[in-house]
Design a protein around this ligand. Sequence first.
Ligand SMILES: C[S@@+](CC[C@H](N)C(=O)[O-])C[C@H]1O[C@@H](n2cnc3c(N)ncnc32)[C@H](O)[C@@H]1O
Length: 254
Amino acid sequence: MAVEKGGRRDPVAAPARTDRGSANGGKADLVQAMFTRIAGRYDLMNALMTFGRHQAWRRVAARATIAAPEGRVLDLATGTADLALAILEASPHRRVVGADFSLGMLREARRKLRARHATHISLVAADALRLPFTDASFACVTSAFLLRNLADLPRGLREMQRVTRPGGRVIMLEITRPTLPVFSQVFGVYFHRLVPAVGAVIAGDAEAYRYLPDSVDRFASPDELIELMKQAGLRRPSYRLLGLGTIAIHTGVV
Ligand SMILES: C[S@@+](CC[C@H](N)C(=O)[O-])C[C@H]1O[C@@H](n2cnc3c(N)ncnc32)[C@H](O)[C@@H]1O
């Protein structure tokens, strides 16, 4: 495990290995390469695509961590560390570990954390499907926009459950398909047509921004995710919808 702390090992120099060669490894490698490709424009694209709402959604997820017992929070798939920073804002005393398997995203995160002197957050290169942490090592595990990228969602949920200690919380924010009549159709056109076009111009990567709506289409509904959470051993699973039903925040207790 490569942890950044006081300039010791560089998390960004040690790629997290995926299950290369397996069917799961195929998807993981594509996702890892894609996020490293778009890392430099990731924040700007988020701001444009969500009309600036993305940080407000992360703040709601961050506030949910306050109910977790004392102890460290693991922000899985931390990307450019926006949720990790929101958690720190909600609970300034917490230590947060941000883990991601894209070196490009971790580099952006490191730059941002240094600029903000966020010394309570450490970064780790790690694969969410085989976390380099012992059982029950965190009071809370969070993720934003990770789940639909996982090659093996049940395994990812089991890993989150495993590294969270009894009484701790698992909090997951993800895009979901809206069901409001009319709005869902407008959103479909926006998400499938406009977003890839903006992605082509701003991030130079239409493919990554075609993958985004396609991955949401293929992903579990909020109720299906509740079932998967139960199967992974998460208790009292629940969710709330935000952003006119385009965002779901699921919470479970270990
Ligand atoms: C859409 S970004 C979300 C980043 C950040 N959480 C946010 O709120 O903006 C998805 C992130 O998940 C990471 N990711 C996807 N699959 C992963 C895996 N198996 N292990 C670790 N990170 C993963 C990607 O590298 C990427 O940084």
